[in-house]
Ligand binder design. Structure first.
Ligand code: FAD
Length: 458
């Protein structure tokens, strides 16, 4: 049978805007078309893509096939007694929130943006501000359906094709194309959170508050000022929260506790010139950020607590045309205080390489061989790509992370060398075995997989 589905070839990038690579893009509308692309598209390999919110090259496949999921955005079933949702892989978390919160449910695990697809969330095994208590998205995932490289459509769960279930979580699209998923949602009493904001004057205070008091809060995240040095190294604002019960809400909100406020969402209209994000401006910004956050407790709409960056449409343009590299690492419990200090000192010595970082406590790892979180603490730093000495700096950070027994988050990575992958992900060969079992001809691949030699050579 000849292959007849249309495609367009154009440059694509991730959220970080670099690298930008030419890909052969398909927009299927039916599962049978995805099957046709997987089995017959005349490209050396194919890869699913969701909302393109991974920062680097995880959702790129240079000079090869990309399967967009924008037309797989349907809700298939919702059991509003049990809180079980079935939807296609292209449905976004934002779509889910709009539908389920007014019915009294929320996502048990959600990352820092709501504009990602369910397929992308599973493929990155995303974690949120409650990883220390609730794990990754795997904990809410009942099962999913997937097309594998040998053309089969399989259902995967903890009991059925469980090797493929775990390899797909965090497998970055390399085990197949997820078609639909079933999720267990969590009941909530309102669309609000009770947020406590706490200023921590240095790294020791931040880690002490994060580790000693975090079980009091379901959600916890800290914004760390990377320009602070010396005794102020690690100066940060810790934002912790619990879902608000109706009792805690002010009377006006109590009248309609599930109403989701729709805030005005301005757009960054163009790529900012590189001068806009200089050291001087960012020092002022960080100082204002610090001064604006007094220690206090208040109700917050859940979207404001979970997704502060989403309030500005296309905020990544503030980094200008060269874009941004986000470097997220996690270090094990025992080594994280010293390791984070080393990394912050290295970054702060590099004079303005990164302005702000996000720190989260992480709980125990799950069974997925390429899942990112391990028990300890994770930190994400944004580096403007315009910095000429960024590559050597990131290589230094990779070595520090390996030295302390940590790993880098592949869904955000664009720079790691292949040498580091087996050091950071010791279960890599387990992943490769499962991947090979379901895709013996390596029909699925990505630019990231080739850069990191993730699929091995055999
Ligand atoms: C502002 C911001 C905040 C973030 N915060 C967090 C956070 O707190 N925690 C966290 O864990 N992550 C976080 N991320 C990363 C983000 O959640 C992941 O990169 C996620 O995978 C993006 O989903 P997507 O739909 O955009 O997927 P894409 O970026 O399009 O793809 C990501 C990967 O998923 C694969 N994929 C996509 N759809 C499918 C499918 N249907 N079948 C198989 N594979 C598929 C792709 O091949 C690719 O490897 C954040 C990203 C941004 C931009």
């Amino acid at each position: 049978m000849t292959f007849s589905l249309p495609s367009s070839t154009f440059p694509l990038a991730g959220w970080g805007a670099a690298p930008q690579q030419s890909c052969v893009v398909f927009r299927p509308e039916r599962e049978t078309q995805i099957q046709e692309i997987v089995s017959g598209a005349p490209t050396h390999s194919v890869l699913a893509r969701g909302m393109g919110r991974s920062y680097g090259d995880a959702a790129l496949n240079q000079d090869a096939g990309i399967i967009l999921h924008e037309r797989f955005d349907h809700f298939l079933a919702f059991d509003d007694k049990a809180g079980i949702l079935t939807c296609e892989a292209g449905v976004t978390l934002s779509d889910i929130i709009d539908v389920v919160v007014p019915r009294g449910f929320f996502l048990p695990v959600t990352p820092g943006t709501q504009y990602i697809s369910i397929g992308g969330a599973i493929a990155a095994d995303v974690h949120g501000k409650n990883h220390h208590l609730d794990g990754t998205i795997s904990s809410q995932l009942i099962d999913f359906r997937i097309i594998t490289g040998d053309g089969q459509i399989l259902t995967c769960s903890r009991n059925e094709n469980s090797d493929l279930f775990w390899a797909t979580l965090g497998g970055l699209g390399l085990t197949g194309c997820i078609l639909q998923a079933r999720l267990q949602l969590r009941p909530v009493e309102s669309a609000w959170m009770t947020q406590q904001s706490l200023r921590c004057r240095d790294l020791d205070t931040l880690l002490q508050k994060t580790f000693e008091e975090d079980d009091l809060f379901q959600y916890s995240v800290a914004w760390v000022d990377c320009l602070a040095r010396g005794r102020s190294l690690g100066r940060s604002i810790l934002l912790r929260a619990n879902p608000a019960s109706t009792k805690e809400l002010p009377p006006k909100i109590k009248e309609d506790p599930y109403r989701l406020p729709q805030p005005y969402r301005p757009t960054v209209p163009f790529n900012f010139p590189s001068l806009a994000l200089n050291n001087f401006n960012m020092r002022i910004f960080n100082q204002l950020f610090w001064m604006n956050h007094r220690d206090h407790q208040s109700p917050k709409p859940l979207r404001e607590y979970f997704y502060p960056l989403d309030r500005i449409h296309q905020w990544n343009r503030v980094y200008g045309r060269p874009g941004v590299s986000q470097y997220q690492f996690v270090l094990p419990l025992e080594s994280c205080p010293k390791g984070i200090q080393d990394i912050l000192e290295t970054v702060s010595e590099s004079r303005g390489a990164s302005f702000l970082a996000v720190l989260k406590k992480t709980g125990p790892a799950n069974e997925a061989p390429l899942s990112f979180p391990i028990e300890g603490a994770s930190m994400a730093l944004d580096f403007p790509n315009r910095k000429s000495d960024l590559k050597p700096l990131l290589e230094r950070l990779d070595r520090i992370v390996v030295q302390y027994g940590g790993r880098v988050y592949l869904a955000k990575d664009s720079s790691l060398g292949a040498w580091a992958l087996p050091e950071m992900y010791p279960a890599l060969n387990q992943f490769r075995d499962v991947q090979r079992k379901y895709d013996p001809n390596k029909r699925f691949s990505s630019s990231l997989a080739r850069r990191l030699e993730l699929l091995g050579s055999a």
